[in-house]
Design a protein around this ligand. Structure first.
Ligand code: NAP
Length: 246
């Protein structure tokens, strides 16, 4: 137990986020939950606090309001030791193909907002000389597929941003971890038929996020099978790939 440590969770109403926050709270971290839906965020905060006895504060955050990122960070009780970003929106690929506003929302929610907020936070960690940033991206960003390339492109951008940040800050006391969960059974995937072998539970992802914060890590595929799967998918020649229905 280390009560002096604190976690900032960006996306305080997410299923994966809640599982991760519970892991940190059980290890004694104070928790700051940042959510767009304040009522739901407060419910999660009360639940985590009741289960673990740790202090959980709630904060309003809409990841699309980039002009408020500075005041959002200024309003936190403390600069966290660890920040985990799980903000994301799967969106509707079919709709995104003909509705640029919907596509823009998906791109901005999964890439622009998370990258820019973590970028501002990284500067504060750098000034202090410590901190760990954990961004939840997706294997969907490893190669664009016909069935979800708007979401995939946003996650690819987020993955590249985290990679660059990690590369820049590696020797400066600030760790940056990219987590690629593969399929996870959550609200986001409700109603989808997911193959069990490659599908994780939210708690499994929460455990992997917490472990990465303690042991360090760069790019983590939560179910390890995803790394060889995505390596193979990444190497399929384009002339073959474009004929596949993926
Ligand atoms: N589930 C999977 O299979 C899977 C696989 C790979 C990666 N991921 C990624 O894992 C992360 C967590 O997903 P999840 O499965 O836990 O789904 P989830 O429960 O739907 O969580 C998504 C979170 O993003 C928040 N969010 C969306 N738009 C926002 C905005 N404008 N401002 C602030 N917050 C916003 C949601 O808040 P509201 O409650 O207000 O909507 C929610 O807290 C996402 O980045 C997702 O892309 C998920």
């Amino acid at each position: 137990m280390d009560p002096s440590k604190s976690l900032l969770l960006l996306g305080g109403t997410s299923d994966i986020g809640r599982a991760a926050a519970l892991r940190f709270a059980r290890a004694g971290f104070r928790v700051m939950l940042a959510s767009r839906n304040e009522e739901e965020g407060r419910r999660n905060a009360d639940d985590i606090s009741a289960r673990t006895g740790v202090t959980v504060t709630t904060h309003r955050l809409d990841i699309l309001e980039i002009e408020r990122f500075g005041s959002f960070l200024d309003g936190l009780p403390t600069l966290p030791d660890v920040a985990v970003c799980v903000v994301g929106e799967l969106g509707d690929q079919f709709r995104a193909q003909s509705d640029p506003a919907h596509a823009a929302m998906v791109l901005r929610t999964n890439f622009e907002g998370p990258a820019l907020l973590l970028g501002v936070l990284a500067e504060r960690f750098l000034a202090r000389g410590s901190g760990t940033i954990i961004g939840v991206s997706s294997v969907a960003g490893d190669r664009g597929r016909g069935s979800n390339y708007v979401y995939g492109a946003a996650k690819a951008g987020f993955t590249a941003f985290l990679s660059g940040l990690r590369n820049r800050l590696a020797s400066k006391g600030v760790g940056v971890v990219t987590v690629k969960p593969g399929f996870v059974r959550t609200r986001m995937t409700a109603g989808m038929r997911l193959p069990p072998v490659v599908t994780a539970e939210a708690d499994e992802v929460g455990r992997a996020i917490f472990a990465a914060s303690q042991r360090g890590g760069d790019v983590i595929y939560v179910r390890r099978i995803w790394r060889p799967i995505m390596t193979v998918i990444g190497h399929i020649p384009e002339r073959v790939f474009k004929r596949l229905r993926l």
